[in-house]
Design a protein around this ligand. Structure first.
Ligand code: UD1
Ligand code: MG
Length: 449
């Protein structure tokens, strides 16, 4: 039987290098916070209990962690990673399964990788996630003998020989709760930084006759974020990962480097995505749908075989049926659009429900906001909305109705009716010619005087 799992997420650091009024772990990658990424990582390996360690000053992190349903442990003052884990002990109560330590500022670890870390506890007592960075720099070095990890040495405490080791500590490690907390309680701070190092538990547990091993990950996966350039690198790494996954799953990306996804973007096979499209959170797109270049899409569901853009902005609450068309310079928000309907040019459709086979002419605007409240526009199946219509909500256009161009529609239109809501045209014969002659005369008499 699989042992119960818990995770401790360390997030008590100060994050000064981010130069932000927000704590760094609340900055977003792929549309969600780093903290949320790590909480989801823990959930993805079935951690029943997740404790987030925060400092007293990290009020925003605490609130975000609570909103994510995490348990909270306060570490004050911050005396090191070992001390941080020790502070989480009370929050785990009598939990007796396996515990992984994660960092809130290391958001890109794959669930399968953390799964391997836990799996390693089948043959060892401590498993540490290691990697071989291009530049080992200030990372802790993993000292290995054969298949065993014998120690983790912090760069500041390392000998020249140890510094030459290329295998480094990502920070992620797992052990049974019993081993983790018994070892952490014995960590001291006799080291270069004068901190309680979590990394010391490897030697402590080996002293108890226990075994430690290394599980390897790629450098990109364990990339930590401390600054804005790091954030940009992590975002790029995430986007590259999503781009590859989309293409592997059968989605055409015309220019992958300029296509931006959110953590939860779902696109079916045979969709075709043009250059320079941005997908915000909560987007689902059906097969064979074409998204032409320069679209911004968030909180939107699109059916199969739709044609979107170029230059469309689809905002949250947009639901487009199969084979719908939304063309250039169209904005939608909270708009449900039935199958085969078209909104081809220059329109704003907000707080609206459109039936099937509706044709919305160029320049149509739903006037949904009266300065205080939002109101609904309803358009029945097969209605034809003439060019440059203003639909003053709340308003209902019946099925099969026909709106003459340029109308300001303030009243409901019955099924199959024609609505014309504009001033009647007046033609004055010869007026333009008389006007031109009169103006020319006036101008020449002025010049003479
Ligand atoms: C740590 C590891 C190092 C590893 C590196 C990977 C130790 C002693 N060293 O070093 O081997 O290569 O991470 O990035 O563990 N934190 C707290 N409370 C504290 C101190 C830290 O919550 O008192 C949190 C930080 O917010 C951060 C994480 O723990 O999320 C790591 O702390 P940091 O100070 O960055 O550790 P490093 O010195 O980088
Ligand atoms: Mg660090």
């Amino acid at each position: 039987m699989k042992a119960a799992r818990a995770a401790i997420i360390l997030a008590a650091g100060k994050s000064t290098r981010m130069k932000s009024s927000r704590s760094k772990v609340l900055h977003h990658i792929g549309g969600r916070s780093m903290l949320s990424w790590v909480a989801n990582l823990a959930r993805s390996v079935d951690a029943d209990k997740i404790v987030c360690v925060v400092g007293e000053a990290n009020v925003d992190v605490r609130a975000a962690a609570e909103a994510l349903g995490l348990d909270i442990a306060v570490q004050e003052p911050q005396l090191g990673t070992g001390h941080a884990v020790d502070c989480a002990k009370a929050a785990l109560g009598d939990f007796s399964g396996q515990v992984a330590v994660l960092y809130a500022d290391t958001p890109l670890i794959e669930p399968s990788t953390l799964e391997h870390v836990f799996d390693a506890l089948d043959t060892a007592d401590v498993a540490v996630l290691g990697f071989e960075p291009e530049d080992a720099g200030a990372y802790g070095r993993l000292i290995v003998e054969g298949d065993d990890l014998v120690a983790i040495v912090e760069a500041k405490d390392a000998s020249a020989e140890q510094l030459a080791v290329g295998l480094c500590n990502s920070g992620v490690m797992a052990a049974s709760a019993a081993d983790m907390f018994s070892a952490v309680a014995r960590v001291d701070k006799n080291n270069a930084k004068g901190e309680y190092y979590l990394t010391d538990i490897v030697e402590i547990l080996r002293g108890d006759g226990k075994r430690a091993i290394v599980v390897k990950a790629s450098e990109t996966e364990v990339m930590g974020v401390n600054s804005r350039p790091d954030l940009a690198l992590a975002e790029r790494a995430f986007q590259d990962r999503m781009r590859s996954r989309m293409m592997e799953a059968g989605v055409t990306l015309r220019d992958p480097d300029t296509t931006y996804f959110a953590y939860d973007t779902v696109i079916a096979a045979d969709a075709d995505i043009g250059a320079n499209c941005v997908f915000g959170p909560n987007v689902k797109i059906g097969g064979n749908t074409v998204i032409h270049p320069f679209c911004h899409i968030e909180g939107t569901q699109i059916g199969e075989g739709a044609q979107i853009g170029p230059f469309a902005r689809l905002r949250p609450g947009t639901e487009l049926g199969d084979t719908t068309k939304v063309g250039n310079f169209v904005e939608t928000k909270k708009a449900k659009v039935g199958n085969c309907s078209k909104i081809n040019h220059l329109s704003y459709i907000g707080d609206a429900v459109l039936g099937e086979g509706v044709n919305v002419g160029a320049g149509t605007i739903t006037c949904n906001y009266d300065g205080f409240n939002k109101h609904m526009t309803q358009i029945g199946d097969g209605a034809f909305i003439g060019t440059n219509s203003s639909l003053v909500a709340p308003v209902k256009i019946g099925s099969g109705a026909y709106l003459g161009s340029g109308g300001v529609i303030t009243e409901n239109v019955p099924d199959d009716a024609l609505a014309v809501a504009r001033a009647k045209q007046v033609n004055k014969d010869g007026w333009a010619k008389r006007y031109r002659v009169a103006q020319a005369k006036r101008k020449s008499s002025k010049r003479k005087s």
